[in-house]
Design a protein around this ligand. Structure first.
Ligand SMILES: *[C@@H]1O[C@H](CO)[C@@H](O)[C@H](O)[C@H]1NC(C)=O
Ligand SMILES: *[C@@H]1O[C@H](CO)[C@@H](O)[C@H](O)[C@H]1NC(C)=O
Ligand SMILES: *[C@@H]1O[C@H](CO)[C@@H](O)[C@H](O)[C@H]1NC(C)=O
Ligand SMILES: *[C@@H]1O[C@H](CO)[C@@H](O)[C@H](O)[C@H]1NC(C)=O
Ligand SMILES: *[C@@H]1O[C@H](CO)[C@@H](O)[C@H](O)[C@H]1NC(C)=O
Length: 441
C-alpha cells in the first residue's frame, strides 16, 4: 500500500518537471507553487498563557564532544528559581535529579527591552552505548534563510513530518527582524515561538547570516550581532574559539566547523588563525566526516549575491582541499544548488589560471538558502549553467544528510509542498579521506 502510493507520487513528479540538461549540469525548471513567502503576523505567535511561562525554548549542543546541551528559554519576569533546569537519566526513577543554573540577561535594542533570556548548560550527559561514535549513523537536517512566512512554516513542518532528522544545522538568517522598521525585535520573539516545536526537542546548531548583524547606525544600534548573540548561545569556548560566530562541534562521526562570512577572516585575523589550528585537530579516524557551514556561498551560479563569498573562498579554499573537507553548506541565496567536486586554487596574479577544475579532493558545495523567507525565491540563474554546477532549482525546501558509515553518506534535497518522501535531488557521497572516488547523482 505504502509503496504503491510512493510510486504514484514519483510518477506525478516526473511528468510535471522539465529538466534542462546542459553540458554543465541540470537546471531544473520545476515550478512548484509554494505557500506565499508572506510573513505570518505577530499575532500568530502570542506569548504562552500562564504566569511567567517559559517560552522560545531551544536546545543546542553545549560542548565540542557532544556530552553537553545548552537549554535556552525566555521569561517575562526574573524571579527566584526561574533560572533552574532539572534533568535526570531517561531510564531512571527520577531520584537522581540534577539541577543546572542558567545565566540570565536582558538586552535593549532601540525602544525594545527583551524578556529575561536564560541559558543553562547541562553537562556529563551519557551516550546511548549502542551508538558509539565510530558506529553511529547520523541523520542531519539542513536549512537556512528560514524567516517566518507561510513558506517557512511549510519548510519547518515538512521537515518535522519526517522522524529521521536527529539534529538541525542551520546556515544562518533566522528571524528577518531587520526587514522591519527599527529592526522590530518582537520578530525575534515570534521567531523563537515559531521554531520551538522543533528547536526545543532536538539540537539546532547555527551559523550567523547577514540578518543576524542587526547593525543600524540611524537608530544608534552599532553593536553587530547584539540580538543574535544574546538569544542564541553556542559552545564556542569548547573549541578554543574567541567568538560565538565561529566554532566547531563533533556529532557522531562528523566534525562540523562553523564559520562567519561577516567577521574578518584574512590572514592574521582571529578567525583565520583559529581555523588554521582547528583543521589540525580533526582526527579522521575518530570523526571521518568533515563538514563546514558558512552563510555566503563560494560557488553560486545565481545572479543574487553572485560572488559575495569570493574573497573568503580565495582565503580558505586551499585548506579545504588539503584537508579533504567533504561538504560545505551555505545559505544566503534563496534557491537550491549543488556543485560538482571542483577547486579553483591555482590562480595567482600572474598565471591567469582562474577556472574551477574537477578535483576529487575538493568538497561539494551546497547552497541551501531556500528556507522560505520574506524576500521570496531567487529565480534568476546565470545562463549558461557554469561547468561547476551540478544541479540547481529555484524552489524552497530543505536537505537531509544520512551518514551511513565511515565511507558512505546519502544526501537528499526535498522541495516544499511535496510529500516528504519525494526527493528532488540526491547523491551518494563517498568520504574524501577514505574513499575519494567519483560520485554520481
Ligand atoms: C517603538 O517605536 C516605534 C516607532 O516610533 C513605535 O511604533 C513603538 O510603539 C515603540 N515601541 C515601544 C515599546 O515604545
Ligand atoms: C503551519 O503548518 C502547519 C502544518 O501544515 C499547520 O497546521 C499550521 O496551521 C501552519 N501555520 C500557519 C500559521 O499557517
Ligand atoms: C585519532 O583517533 C583514534 C581513534 O580514537 C586514536 O586511536 C588516535 O590516537 C587518534 N590520533 C591522534 C593523533 O590523536
Ligand atoms: C604564479 O604561478 C606561476 C605558474 O604556476 C608560477 O610560475 C609563479 O611562480 C607563481 N607566482 C607566485 C608569486 O607564486
Ligand atoms: C557503507 O554503507 C554503504 C551504503 O549503505 C555500503 O554500500 C558499504 O558497504 C558500507 N561500508 C561498510 C564498510 O560497511
Amino acid at each position: 500500500m505504502e509503496l504503491s502510493h510512493l510510486a504514484l507520487v514519483c510518477a506525478a513528479i516526473a511528468f510535471s518537471s522539465i529538466f534542462v540538461v546542459s553540458q554543465a549540469g541540470i537546471t531544473s525548471t520545476h515550478a512548484r507553487v509554494s505557500e506565499p513567502s508572506e510573513e505570518m503576523s505577530l499575532e500568530t505567535f502570542p506569548p504562552p498563557a500562564g504566569y511567567n511561562a517559559p517560552e522560545q525554548v531551544h536546545i543546542t549542543q553545549g560542548d565540542n564532544a557532544g556530552r553537553a546541551m545548552i537549554i535556552s528559554w525566555v521569561m517575562p519576569l526574573n524571579e527566584d528559581g526561574s533560572n533552574v533546569v532539572t534533568y535526570w537519566i531517561a531510564s531512571s526513577d527520577g531520584s537522581d535529579n540534577k539541577n543546572a543554573i542558567a545565566t540570565t540577561s536582558s538586552y535593549r535594542y532601540f525602544n525594545y527591552t527583551s524578556g529575561y533570556l536564560h541559558h543553562a548548560t547541562i553537562k556529563k550527559l551519557e551516550y546511548d552505548p549502542s551508538k558509539s561514535r565510530s558506529r553511529c549513523s547520523l541523520h542531519i537536517r539542513y536549512y537556512s534563510d528560514l524567516g517566518q512566512t507561510y513558506a517557512s512554516n511549510q519548510t519547518l513542518y515538512n521537515y518535522m513530518s519526517n522522524p529521521k532528522g536527529q539534529a538541525v544545522l542551520f546556515v544562518g538568517d533566522l528571524s528577518y527582524a531587520d526587514d522591519h522598521p527599527n529592526h522590530d525585535q518582537r520578530k525575534w520573539d515570534s521567531y523563537g515561538r515559531f521554531v520551538e516545536p522543533s528547536a526545543a526537542y532536538q539540537p539546532w546548531s547555527w551559523a550567523a547570516g547577514n540578518y543576524e548583524i542587526d547593525y543600524a547606525q540611524s537608530i544608534s544600534e552599532t553593536q553587530p550581532f547584539k540580538p543574535y548573540k544574546n538569544r542564541y548561545h553556542v559552545p564556542y569556548k569548547a573549541s578554543q574559539s574567541t567568538s560565538p560566530l565561529w566554532y566547531s562541534i563533533k556529532r557522531a562521526s562528523t566534525y562540523i566547523i562553523v564559520l562567519s562570512s561577516y567577521s574578518a577572516y584574512d590572514k592574521y585575523t582571529p578567525q583565520n588563525s583559529w581555523l588554521q589550528d582547528e583543521l589540525k585537530k580533526v582526527n579522521r579516524s575518530e570523526t571521518s566526516w568533515l563538514i563546514v557551514l558558512v552563510h555566503a556561498p563560494w560557488y553560486n551560479s545565481n545572479n543574487y549575491h553572485y560572488m559575495e563569498g569570493e574573497s573568503m573562498r580565495v582565503t580558505f579554499e586551499p585548506w579545504f582541499v588539503e584537508n579533504k573537507v567533504d561538504i560545505v553548506f551555505a545559505g544566503h541565496v534563496h534557491a537550491y544548488e549543488r556543485s560538482k567536486r571542483i577547486s579553483n586554487i591555482h590562480y595567482n596574479i600572474t598565471d591567469g589560471m582562474s577556472t574551477p577544475v574537477k578535483d576529487q579532493n575538493a568538497p561539494i558545495y551546497i547552497t541551501i538558502g531556500d528556507g522560505g523567507n520574506i524576500e521570496g525565491i531567487a529565480n534568476s540563474f546565470t545562463d549558461p549553467q557554469p561547468s561547476y554546477s551540478a544541479f540547481r532549482e529555484a524552489s524552497f525546501g530543505h536537505a537531509l544528510l544520512e551518514i551511513k558509515n565511515r565511507t558512505h553518506a546519502h544526501y537528499t534535497w526535498h522541495r516544499n509542498k511535496e510529500d516528504e518522501a519525494v526527493i528532488a535531488d540526491s547523491i551518494w557521497l563517498k568520504k574524501r579521506y577514505y574513499l575519494p572516488e567519483e560520485e554520481t547523482a
